[in-house]
Design a protein around this ligand. Structure first.
Ligand SMILES: Nc1ncnc2c1ncn2[C@@H]1O[C@H](COP(=O)(O)OC(=O)CCCC[C@@H]2CCSS2)[C@@H](O)[C@H]1O
Length: 365
């Protein structure tokens, strides 16, 4: 046998609990009329849904800033393949979710040492370099010399501290980005996958870069000082003279159905896995009895085709491949193939290699 077999998790579509968040301490309804929001929540499902709600509900001409940070999670781009980008085994070992966000771009790691900024503008005035420059100036007021590269990454020397992504819908656009302040960089490295050259995927690949934390260059930088600096720079740039609207979690979310629905959608199979662009994955496991070439083709998270060929192949391998078709990639129950693998030990070896190769972690909040 090639690898030890770990049973695949069952596909679960349980919706997340929405009891534990609210919009303001006084149950005051959330309104999009403010210009500067800072979320006190560290729930990534809440913060990403809040961001989307603000994007869709703010008057399209007015600038808006949102700052937030999240509990540990990996955030993939709208058009990415989680099995290519994320180390599912490492995610599972740490009980950390991956979340597909609504903007494009690559995969990043978040924890409380990483603060996210989100700047929303009218499409006509939107300029992604200008917003990156705003953040660069904010950091320079904290005494760290950073530069913006041609991809709009913010870097210290050649090391990246901030990655960006964008979304444009109708008259509105946003630029959101990360800021590595004191993130656990070893965890970041362990959770992003690097060993999937034989997974060929449509959609977007991440652009890997060396990273560092701002804290390495200034011991006084933290979430609060970064938030203050970006807020000041935003006020200066857009001539906004308003206090920060803090958004709390803990009570009264029911007012905002849009956010509640967003929080339910993000961890659903349909969104997290079912939005995966088409891909093929080839593996070549070697057993005592020989080598097998397996190619799996999947689209929207469903296995379209599995071909296993070997010098010793027989009807069993063909049947095994056929059984997987139409099932969810990474969520195939052994019962689907049980009779085939029970009567042929080589088929069992191949199935176990396949199950290991398709490993999935379906975190549910
Ligand atoms: N937190 C964080 N910040 C900066 N760079 C990171 C981070 N995590 C990983 N990386 C590095 O960036 C590349 C991916 O770069 P790439 O350019 O492909 O993707 C991005 O940067 C996307 C940024 C999305 C920002 C959103 C803002 C709010 S929700 S998420 C990855 O392989 C690592 O090398």
């Amino acid at each position: 046998m090639l690898r030890s077999f770990s049973p695949l998790p069952r596909a679960r579509l349980r919706l997340p609990s929405v009891r534990n968040f609210s919009i303001s301490p006084s149950r005051q309804e959330l309104s999009p009329q403010h210009a500067i929001y800072v979320s006190n929540s560290v729930n990534p499902y809440f913060n990403l849904s809040l961001e989307d709600w603000l994007f869709r509900h703010k008057n399209h001409q007015e600038p808006l800033l949102l700052l937030y940070r999240n509990d540990p999670c990996v955030v993939i781009g709208r058009n990415q393949n989680p099995w290519k980008e994320v180390n599912m085994t490492a995610l599972k070992a740490r009980s950390i979710p991956f979340i597909r966000r609504r903007s494009g771009g690559g995969t990043v790691y978040h924890d409380l040492g990483n603060t996210n900024y989100s700047i929303h503008l009218s499409r006509l005035t939107f300029d992604r370099h200008a917003t990156a420059e705003l953040v660069r100036r904010a950091i320079s007021t904290l005494g760290v010399d950073v530069r913006v590269n041609d991809r709009n990454d913010i870097c210290v020397g050649n090391e990246k501290v901030s990655g960006s992504a964008y979304k444009i819908v109708n008259q509105r656009a946003y630029h959101h980005g990360t800021m590595l302040i004191s993130t656990k960089l070893d965890t970041l490295g362990a959770l992003l996958r690097t060993d999937t050259e034989t997974m060929v995927t449509k959609g977007v690949d991440s652009v890997r870069s060396p990273v560092c934390n701002l804290r390495q260059f200034s011991s006084t930088i933290d979430h609060e000082t970064f938030v203050d600096a970006v807020v000041s720079e935003f006020r200066r740039e857009y001539r906004v003279d308003e206090p920060i609207r803090y958004v709390n979690d803990g009570e009264g979310a029911e007012e905002t159905d849009y956010i509640r629905n967003g929080m339910a959608e993000l961890p659903s199979w349909d969104w997290a896995f079912g939005q995966t662009p088409e891909f093929t994955y080839s593996i070549r496991p070697r057993f005592e009895w020989g080598e097998v070439t397996i190619e799996i083709r999947s689209k929207h998270g469903i296995i379209l085709e599995t071909r296993a060929t070997s010098g010793h192949s027989g009807a069993g391998l063909e049947e095994l491949g056929r059984r997987l078709e139409g099932h969810k990639y990474g969520f195939v129950e052994e019962a689907i193939v049980k009779d085939v693998v029970d009567r042929d030990s080589r088929c069992r070896d191949v199935w176990e290699a396949l199950a290991g190769a398709m490993e999935t972690y379906n975190y549910q909040p």
